[in-house]
Design a protein around this ligand. Structure first.
Ligand code: TTP
Ligand code: MG
Length: 242
């Protein structure tokens, strides 16, 4: 399996436009290809903000964010879509069909590829039950797709695009435990070789990560495996044991 998508933050400081204080303060880490990096931290710690710098919704005021040695600020918007796949905390659909949503990052994908991505994302069953299947219409504010189904479509959309870096922002916390386990098992294969960064709450998700970053107040205050952090990191123990 070819591996690519090494993400490197070097001393990154970032504040939202107009805000007085930075939201991220001196963040440095590396997320390696073929590995899963989990990010954990209390609400407001800066997890979503960190991901938004990888997908270049914003640029840092200080420091650098690079993928495979290239600063993300040197990647064009189009290039970005094939390099980074973000599954946002609040999943969104574009107005169109289920199929057009899934093809967003790779228009030439075949129906068979869409169904395979849906199977992995645990979304094939509900799409099959729709009257028009892949041609079923959806809209941004539409109600014919539930929140959980929306999330699975966003996961499938990212898989179809085959990016080098996957960013899952709290994508599994709302799923029931059995679906969560099935989904992550299939994802392991589907994302093999890529860099996977998962913002997570569930201990089972975090435990299986190769590396865990503990965030608090915009800083990375711990890094290691589950066992290492249980041993050494008070913030981690508090989060995991709560
Ligand atoms: P987030 O990065 O959204 O924090 P989080 O993702 O760790 O929190 P949660 O677990 O609830 O998802 O926010 C960090 C800080 O940045 C917080 O004080 C809110 C602020 N913020 C903005 O000012 N503007 C924005 O658009 C966002 C996303 C956050
Ligand atoms: Mg968040």
């Amino acid at each position: 399996v070819p591996t690519a998508g090494r993400v490197e933050f070097r001393d990154v400081t970032f504040g939202y436009p107009g805000a007085e204080r930075p939201v991220l303060d001196g963040v440095s880490f590396v997320a390696e290809p073929g590995q899963t990096t989990a990010i954990i931290g209390s609400t407001g710690a800066g997890k979503t903000t960190l991901l938004s710098l990888v997908s270049r919704q914003y640029d840092p005021q200080q420091g650098s964010v690079a993928i495979d040695g290239v600063s993300v600020s040197d990647l064009g918007r189009h290039e970005m879509a094939s390099v980074v796949g973000l599954i946002p905390q609040k999943p969104y659909l574009f107005s169109g069909t289920i199929g057009s949503n899934l093809r967003f990052g790779r228009p030439e994908a075949t129906d068979a590829e869409l169904w395979e991505a849906l199977r992995v994302a645990q979304g094939a069953d509900f799409v099959r039950e729709k009257t028009h299947g892949l041609d079923e219409r959806v809209s941004q504010g539409g109600t014919n797709v539930s929140g959980g189904q929306r999330q699975r479509l966003c996961i499938a959309r990212a898989l179809v695009a085959r990016p080098r870096v996957y960013l899952f922002d709290d994508s599994f916390s709302a799923l029931d435990v059995a679906t969560d386990a099935r989904l992550r098992e299939g994802l392991g294969e589907a994302t093999a070789g890529a860099t996977v960064i998962i913002v997570a709450q569930r201990v089972s998700t975090i435990r299986s990560a190769d590396q865990i970053l503990v965030m608090d107040g915009g800083a990375v205050v711990g890094r290691g495996t589950h066992d290492e952090l249980l041993e050494s990191n008070e913030t981690y123990r508090e989060i995991v044991e709560s």
